[in-house]
Write a protein that binds this ligand. Structure first.
Ligand code: ADP
Ligand code: MG
Length: 615
């Protein structure tokens, strides 16, 4: 054993750097957060070779006083908190006082600053030298604000350097950091250059329209064209931002930005709530896209639970979970055809990006998202009682449309052309191959997948019926006994009433055994043991269980599928129109029960383009 000795400053800082400074992207994150904490509203980022050679960040924030410059580079030195109370009410992004010291210990770092408190134009440069990282000051020239230059990251920690990926990969990660911050602060202008090339140039965005433009620049124009804007407030919580329509789903969870009081987070509770909200409308295995901001009192959330501060802890997790779920669920349920049509501008001038002058991709419902048709669902040949449904388009026996019918229809259109009141999905023209309904609306041609549309409508009606009547329960002939853990049995005992509300009568019969006496009628043929286990797990984790209603939804969805219009059925024009009107009235009718779109639009503009008209 060797003797015990204090670590040198540099070595201590290098050890600390292990936690916060993983790669160029983490350096950029820390430096950008400092700029924002300093109140900057313009930040310029210059990168060379993916950040391994150079990261230079300049801001126009408050700057640092000459006397404090040395301290800025020391560990446990911060201007952001002074006592424990401050830690509970953090308004700044940084507060640990170790970023600059850590970065400085594993790179060649130079900081130049001009403080607004120092009279005159004087700026000062500071660097740290040697094992003890003594700081050296020298005069410099710089407008108000700060520039931090980080060269040769990990030059003195070769082991770390080995973990870096290609320049392209490192830059992509770093760019993601900039995007995240750019979405959190619309009031700050950002520019990002890589190897002397301009990558992002974002002006400050004040109005909702300007903010929307920034979101389009950062997330791609297709996202904003297929998103709805929300702003909901309840019980001291506010949620606003943009969420994608279910038909704009992605194969990966890569377009998901969630901010809590301006700080981006990845949180299990949030992910769960969002997933729940989309669960009924999203194609299996697909991920929604969103840019969302949750605002609440700082004291209701603890941000000091992780060194990179990506996780938070809510004081009342259940309240937050329920609020998020309800807000999003409601917003998605409310999407109607006209919302999508409203965001489908036919005019080209909206599509030119003001800052780059670039044409954004033309908007078309056919190119909605990156959703690639997953093949038609196979339709069950044994579908029951479609004809037993007595809705307007349920009678399928009608023959093909006669010439007289068509003439009559054309007459209706002539009259309608003069009438302003054309409904969003228009009026049916014909049926294609027994699968699609062709309709004409104000913008152009609407194509409806009639099975998918009818399935959703039937499903929503059935859900509504169940919601109105409540969950009907029925006693089991033979109660089911389940062996559980003591904790699960405790939970079953304490939450007996909540379970009863879900239609489940559960009784504790021993310290590790429960008896199920009653279940919802609709689930009587389900695997009851599995259901109850899952419900108990949910109740323990989230304090509530949506599982019964989810499972119920699943069953309803299956039943709706079997009870809906099948392909290759001839519908009359009035039947088709009735279906279109029902779609306009029904919640979530923009996608089928499996998340596929139920209708698309080809505007006259798009058709003109297809035929090269007016070019
Ligand atoms: P923290 O951000 O946790 O306080 P840092 O090591 O990142 O710790 O920064 C140390 C201190 O240096 C900050 O508290 C702040 O006072 C000052 N500082 C760092 N960067 C800037 C900047 N860009 N503008 C003004 N002050 C800064
Ligand atoms: Mg900091």
């Amino acid at each position: 054993m060797t003797r015990i000795a204090l670590l040198s400053q540099r070595l201590a800082n290098q050890i600390a750097a292990g936690e916060v400074v993983e790669r160029p992207a983490s350096v950029v994150k820390e430096l950008l957060e400092n700029c924002i904490d300093a109140g900057a509203n313009r930040i310029d980022i210059d990168i060379e070779q993916g950040g391994t050679k150079l990261i230079r960040i300049r801001d126009n924030g408050s700057g640092i006083d000459k006397e404090d410059l040395g301290l800025a580079l020391s560990r446990h030195a911060t201007s952001k908190i002074a006592n424990l109370d401050d830690l509970e009410n953090i308004a700044s992004l940084g507060f640990r006082g170790e970023a600059l010291a850590s970065i400085c210990s594993v790179s060649r770092l130079e900081l130049v600053s001009n403080s607004k408190n120092d009279p005159g134009e004087n700026a000062w440069r500071v660097e740290a030298e040697g094992q003890e990282m003594n700081t050296a000051l020298s005069p410099a020239s710089h407008p108000q604000g700060t520039t931090v230059e980080v060269r040769d990251l990990f030059f003195n920690t070769p082991a770390r350097k080995k973990f870096l990926r290609t320049e392209k990969t490192e830059f992509a990660r770093l760019e993601e950091v900039v995007k995240r911050l750019a979405l959190s602060r619309f009031d700050v202008a950002f520019s990002l250059r890589h190897n002397q090339r301009s990558i992002h140039h974002l002006q400050t965005a004040v109005t909702e329209q300007e903010q929307q433009r920034r979101v389009a620049l950062v997330c791609g124009p297709a996202f904003i064209e297929n998103a709805i804007h929300i702003d909901i407030e309840a019980s001291g919580l506010r949620l606003w931002g943009w969420v994608s329509l279910p038909t704009f789903s992605r194969s990966q969870a890569d377009l998901q930005y969630f901010y809590v009081n301006g700080r981006i987070i990845r949180d299990k509770l949030v992910t769960h709530a969002v997933k729940q909200a989309y669960q009924d409308v999203l194609f299996h295995g697909r991920h929604p896209a969103f840019v969302l901001y949750l605002e609440l009192q700082p004291a209701l959330v603890d941000v000091n639970v992780h060194p990179t501060k990506h996780e938070v802890r809510f004081r009342d997790g259940r309240l937050v979970h329920d609020f998020l779920f309800r807000a999003l669920h409601k917003a998605l349920a409310g999407v109607r055809p006209e919302d999508r049509l409203a965001t489908t501008p036919g005019a080209v001038e909206n599509s030119v990006d003001r800052e780059t002058g670039e044409m954004l991709a033309p908007i078309s419902a056919t190119s909605m998202g990156e959703f690639s048709g997953q093949g038609r669902m196979s339709l069950s040949p044994s579908a029951y009682g479609a004809s037993s449904h007595s809705n307007a388009y349920g009678a399928f026996a009608s023959p093909n449309n006669t010439g007289a019918q068509i003439a009559e229809q054309l007459q209706t259109y002539k009259e309608l052309a003069e009438d302003e009141e054309i409904p969003p999905l228009g009026f049916a023209l014909a049926q294609l191959h027994g699968i699609y309904i062709l309709a004409q609306n104000k913008q152009g041609l609407v194509v409806v997948d009639m099975h998918a549309a009818h399935e959703r409508i039937t499903y929503e009606h059935m859900k509504q019926a169940v919601a109105n009547e409540g969950i009907r329960a029925q006693p089991l002939l033979v109660p089911v006994s389940i062996a559980v853990s003591q904790a699960e049995a405790d939970c079953a005992e304490q939450e007996a009433q909540a379970l009863l509300d879900l239609g489940l009568a559960v009784e504790r019969v021993a310290s590790e055994s429960i008896l199920v006496r009653q279940v919802p009628v609709i689930l009587s043929s389900a695997n009851i043991e599995q259901l109850v286990r899952d419900v108990l797990a949910d109740v323990r984790e989230h304090g509530s269980s949506e599982r019964v209603s989810n499972y119920q939804d699943e069953l309803l969805s299956t039943m709706a599928c079997h009870g809906s219009v099948r392909a290759n059925r001839q519908l009359t024009i009035p039947e088709m129109n009735a279906l279109l009107r029902d779609m306009e009235r029904t919640e979530r009718s923009g996608q089928c029960n499996h998340g596929r779109p139920t209708w698309v639009l080809q505007s006259i503009d798009q058709l003109d383009k297809l035929f090269l008209r007016g070019q």
